[in-house]
Design a protein around this ligand. Sequence first.
Ligand SMILES: Nc1nc2c(ncn2[C@@H]2O[C@H](COP(=O)(O)OP(=O)(O)OP(=O)(O)O)[C@@H](O)[C@H]2O)c(=O)[nH]1
Ligand SMILES: [Mg+2]
Length: 674
Amino acid sequence: MSGDGKNPRVIALVGPQSSGKTSLLESILCQTSALERRSGNGVRLFGDASSEAKARVMGTEINVASTHFMGDAYTFLDCPGSLELTQETYGALLCVDAAIVVTETESDKIIGLSPLLKFLEDRRIPRFIFVNKVDKASQSIRQLAASLNSVSQTPVVLRHIPIRKDNEITGFIDLASERAYVYNKHKPSKSVDLPSGAESDVEEARYAMLETLADYDEKLMEELLEDIHPPQEEVFQDLSQDLREGRIIPVLMGSALNENGVHRLLKALRHEAPDINNLQSRLDIAATGGPLVQIVKTYHIPHMGKVSLARVLRGEIKEGDALDGDRPSGLFRLTGEKTDKIKSGRLGDVIGLSRLEKAKTGDVLTTGAGPAPSLPALNILPPVFVTALTAQDRNDEVKLITSLAKICEEDPSISYEQVADVHQIHLKGQGDVHLGIATDRLHSKYGVNINKQQPKIPYKETIRKGTKHHSRYKKQSGGHGQFGDVVVEIEPLPLGSGFAFKQSITGGAIPRQYIPSVEAGVRDYLSAGPLGFPVVDVGVNLVDGSFHAVDSSDMAFKTAGRLAMSESLPSCNPVLLEPIMHVSIMAPTEFTGQINSLISGRRGKILGFDARKGWPGWETIEAHMPLSEMHNMIIDIRSTTYGAGTYTYTFDHLSELTGRLASQVLAQHSKAAE
Ligand SMILES: Nc1nc2c(ncn2[C@@H]2O[C@H](COP(=O)(O)OP(=O)(O)OP(=O)(O)O)[C@@H](O)[C@H]2O)c(=O)[nH]1
Ligand SMILES: [Mg+2]
């Protein structure tokens, strides 16, 4: 994948939506001559060319592109920035050598970056920040660096400071080399003299950078204390060492659009970004052992079948090699949907493997004997948004399920469930856009047309009082008749007990073989009680009855059981039950007040607050919330917290719903039934 250059390195481009990651990749490819200069009106690349991406003007999938810079090979994994597509980023980050967090110059929404920075930190991924769009920067870059520092545990270190003219950024001063450059649109920046009057700014910013480096370098600390100007060699050495160890996050800047600052960034990658050897030690992979790959993305490509994008983490993979007993039908380089067959994948390369039917994203496979070592697992985002769908054509129902299975395999943050109670398929994922992309693919890739609906809530019902009831089912229609006769005692059971059937027939009032039929009839009725919903928390005791030697049958007793329930349950004071979820909302502490009002505004009940474990400055808010109030909740949480907050939920209990809301549910239900 990485071509024939030396020392293949894999770099992820990550960061908020629209920050310019794909533009930066295009600029990198232009500067390294892997792509003709852009037309100026935003030529889109690779995955961004898919109909789903075009329709939304956003990246929807990782773009993979390889190039060379000064003899070294690089593969870039350009990730979509939408929060709803974070799963793509998690896959891409499994085994990269470094990440570049591309961000814009505004500092007010920086808190939204904190989960990504935390993720990179937890995985100890060496990372740069590239402040993009400096061509339209009105805010202070130092202010931005301070905001970044406030949301990152790892110190953020400014490597450049801007040169401004008439409030526009026209170039930058590199604090390590102490050289000044002015930008040149689509051309290399020009080295110039340090602007007069900038000395004290440079001095201050350089000192701030060195102070951070000195935290990990005693010699440098002494030099600073003694006012000695440290040699540049030493500074570069520290910068690269600290980046590799994940101890600092260097900040570079530029404009992807104008190709400014891109050459600097490439040079920083060349000198500072670690390679596969560093990755092996970060992931604790022994240098010796059978060839090893890890799958970072799974595609289902029409006319090609399943393709796994993988990185070679040890040794070399050759055509014909079996990986954990499964032999890929081919090896290739992948650029977008374009594939070129190759004979082998070298250490550090990113390669495509076709038709590894069992392999999933995150799997580690080896051609050697014995099991592959286990590596940090793929993070899978739990669902926060649900949509319901049905096939437009009933003949497509099977195809819908097989296509959904492929979509879920491509993106493990999507799942689906056939919810029998409400006769719907619930597609679960990260948001409306995320699931919209999935349903578009159902149509564009698999030819399945679907209708989307609001997911129905699986309401239930129960009774508040018991009764004793006698029902007789009797039919005389020539020949064989039908006869079943039962007496049942019905009682409400405690919350969560479900359904319990027992019998206390004495003296053979009903022959033993018919008793299960009575139970079957009772259960059959309970699937839709007097209010129209499944009945729960009810106990039925079959206490008496009678039979007819000729006319009684299983069918007759089943009907009698059903009849006993339908005649008696309406008088047992039936009530509607709604599902209540246990919800844990995670957000930076500054938003706790707003999250509280969000919960109470949705009929939630706050159970408590706790510091989020391992997340300084964050809180976890536990609450009980009606499922019916949770649709779109993620949208509010994200807009309240600049995208930082999220939640998880599990079913907790059923709770009685009364009043106007209950009447609305019942009215809607009977309307739908009509
Ligand atoms: N002014 C200015 N605009 C830029 C720059 N870089 C990118 N843009 C614009 O920002 C918008 C988003 O750029 P993309 O490169 O698609 O951003 P992205 O980060 O890949 O977006 P997603 O993949 O959807 O997250 C486009 O309109 C670009 O033209 C820049 O340096 N300066
Ligand atoms: Mg993009």
